[in-house]
Ligand binder design. Sequence first.
Ligand SMILES: Nc1ncnc2c1ncn2[C@@H]1O[C@H](COP(=O)(O)OP(=O)(O)O)[C@@H](O)[C@H]1O
Ligand SMILES: [Mg+2]
Length: 374
Amino acid sequence: MRDLRTYVEAEVELGPGLTVVAGPNGAGKTNLLEAAYLACTGRSFRGASDRELVRRGADAGHVSAEVESGAAGALSVSAFSVGIQPPDRRRLRVDGNPVDGLLDHPARPRMSVFLPDRLALVKGGPGLRRAHLDQLLVALRPSAGPLRRGFHEALRQRNALLTSLRTRGVDLDRARGELAPWDRALASAAAALTEARAAAVAAVDPAVAERARQLGLDGELEVAYRPRSSTDADELLQALSERVAGDLERGFTHHGPHRDDLAVRREGRPLSRFGSQGEQRLALLALLLGEADALHAASGQRPVLLLDDVMSELDVERRSRLVEVLAGAGQALITVTEASHVPGADADDVGLVEVEPGAAATVRVATVSTEADR
Ligand SMILES: Nc1ncnc2c1ncn2[C@@H]1O[C@H](COP(=O)(O)OP(=O)(O)O)[C@@H](O)[C@H]1O
Ligand SMILES: [Mg+2]
């Protein structure tokens, strides 16, 4: 990377397993994970603008990643690169060729991110979980992408018509007539989406429960799909038509899968209300790891795990368990203030990147020490 966040210039070589990224507060550990994510997706996992990403005082920033993908014996290497020149200049390339986006590129590694902010997935409102569920769904089954877009398009059109009917002051009977074709389109798109969501949750639930056990979360963890409307197209159609008066009054569709939730429960109780900080952390980790397992089962590829500040709030026993779990979970980067927070960090197959704060706030270079250097 060059001129990104705190980095003037840095090059990091990562092993196939766990890499510990260690350094004091503000040294640039999260920035490093963010750069790895940026290189492979074209996006910041913190939702940062291009101006925030480019190092203060620099005009442009750049990051590139060399990525191995494919099965053992048939590995291919792709080079992803992102050049940013605020306010609006961006250059994305794969193997030197300009591309419009990286997200759909077949050689792009999947990335699964644990950030303390993401605890909102366990603690926060249903909207976040719904968006997460739909992302998972598309990752597990790429053909579900059009299905999800189809639903949102049908919803958008029905809502637009509701607004128009309301402003025109159309009476209820006539409104029903005008809405009918849109209701049918919405109900069938909704049924397809809810079926796919249910299948995705069913595919990850056992893996999430297993990961939670391995991580030492007491009690059985369960993720369950909570549709808020009927998953049957005819029943939903009926429900929509019963609610036309209310929808007209508000100018939008208030019933359907855009209200669904994903429940994260332990022993039947929502973890959002009955879990400690540490338990919620473990549950989020179990969720991400279980999803990674399901993705691996579906596609043969494991996502790269980016785990930021995960060790704080975990006791020594759970930290050890996490490291054991990560040993078999593919490539992972984990940030800590002290390498000693990762039990087993000195093992031969664990990489260490020490991020050292420079004398000036902007000069920082990360070096990777490998087995050979030690
Ligand atoms: N565009 C930027 N240019 C220079 N410094 C930046 C930029 N964006 C963030 N920083 C600095 O990065 C530091 C935080 O880095 P971060 O990776 O979050 O630290 P940590 O090692 O604690 O994870 C802060 O000191 C912040 O001022
Ligand atoms: Mg940080």
